[in-house]
Design a protein around this ligand. Structure first.
Ligand code: RP5
Length: 166
């Protein structure tokens, strides 16, 4: 399977969260690869992975990092393909540092920033699928089915709620 999504993370300690991106992509049958690389500790390796990914046909980059969290921005500086940034907790204020580092890109170098942590890692996958679905009708249909399932799950949760005591 061709890896359409390349997941990069600043440290192996990020994998526990970033595996959510892979898990979600698996549900849609979208191929992915994951690597540890750091904007600060291994800048040349990061550049090499982006270049190789483009040559291999990667369409969306998903980058997770904590603390100063420059990985997504560094990748966005090197590619014209969409980059989604997942801020990770571990630094100050439960990831507020990483959120600001990831989201506050200067004009001209966008990073689509999702929520801090596991919800963000999952949403990064969903957003990647939405991008890929623009040119893939089967994926677009799966996204519609997912919305329907999510709505059904909310209704089922509501039905199961012990809402009254008399
Ligand atoms: C960031 O620093 C990584 O993305 C990680 O979230 C954080 C801590 O890294 P380690 O000290 O665990 O390698 O660059």
């Amino acid at each position: 399977m061709v890896s359409q999504v390349l997941i990069l993370m600043g440290s192996a300690s990020d994998w526990d969260v970033m595996r959510e991106t892979g898990n979600e992509l698996d549900k849609f049958g979208v191929g992915w690869q994951a690597h540890v690389t750091s904007a600060h500790r291994s800048p040349q390796r990061t550049a090499d992975l982006v270049k190789q990914g483009e040559q291999d046909g990667v369409k969306v980059f998903v980058c997770g990092a904590g603390m100063a969290a420059h990985l997504a921005g560094a990748v966005a500086a090197m590619t014209t393909r969409p980059v989604i940034g997942v801020p990770l907790s571990g630094g100050i204020s439960d990831g507020l540092d990483a959120l600001l580092s990831t989201v506050q890109m200067p004009g001209g170098v966008p990073v689509a920033t999702v929520a801090v942590g596991k919800a963000g890692a999952r949403n990064a996958a969903m957003l990647a699928v939405q991008i890929l679905a623009l040119s893939d009708p089967d994926l677009a249909k799966e996204l519609v089915d997912t919305k329907v399932s999510q709505a059904a799950a909310v209704i089922a949760a509501d039905a199961a709620l012990p809402r009254e005591k008399k």
